[in-house]
Design a protein around this ligand. Structure first.
Ligand code: SF4
Length: 196
């Protein structure tokens, strides 16, 4: 299909041809093509999120079908850069642009799994069990390794043997609370996957 600019399109229209005729002849300005694409997304649910891949933390718009009615299963079918996001202004690198495949990947981890010592098998466990186990292991390690005073007697209240990595899609509020909880335990090794 021949591409013409908007200005050229209007010039040709002014010469006496109706826009519909031009479209039928294969002349469509880029803006008209873009409108068809927007129409396809009009019935979708739009969700804002952050690309999980790297610390640039580009904003993404995720489009899913399914009207959230009972028995209607929503499914993400298109992802693009968020034009209102201050980091990327609508752009995405190739990794971010392929996020929809990551979402539907067969190997995507969707629930907690546990591999026992000396075993080569991962076993699915309930979230409650996973969170209880994490909490118990945190307590055991902190009790054993928390340092209240340094060798020269200064109060340091630090815990260096466990670290925390927060997710890129956390909101500012979640990030703030996560930071407070982790620091209140005395942990120094703490980072967020994205710089949000
Ligand atoms: S789109 Fe690319 S640059 Fe942006 S956060 Fe994702 S991986 Fe990083």
């Amino acid at each position: 299909m021949a591409q013409v600019t908007r200005r050229e399109f209007l010039k040709i229209s002014g010469a006496g041809l109706a826009a519909s005729s031009l479209t039928a002849l294969g002349f469509m300005p880029a803006i008209a093509v873009a409108e068809v694409r927007q129409f396809k997304l009009a019935r979708a649910t739009e969700t804002r999120n952050t690309c999980p891949y790297c610390s640039v933390a580009c904003g993404v718009l995720m489009y899913s079908l399914g009207d959230r009615a009972k028995n209607a299963k929503a499914s993400v079918f298109h992802i693009e850069g968020d034009p209102d996001h201050p980091v990327n202004r609508g752009t995405l690198c190739p990794k971010g642009a392929s996020l929809v495949d990551f979402i539907h990947s067969d190997s995507r981890l969707l629930y907690p799994e546990y591999r026992a010592p000396n075993s080569n098998e991962w076993k699915r466990i309930p979230w409650d069990e996973a969170l209880d186990r994490i909490a118990k292991l945190i307590k055991v390690d902190r009790d054993a390794n928390f340092v209240a005073k340094s060798a020269d007697g200064r109060t340091v209240n630090r815990w260096l043997t466990t670290g925390m990595l927060a997710a890129s899609a956390s909101s500012n509020e979640t990030g703030y609370l996560t930071h407070k909880v982790v620091r209140s335990l005395g942990a120094l090794a703490f980072d967020n996957q994205a710089r949000v």
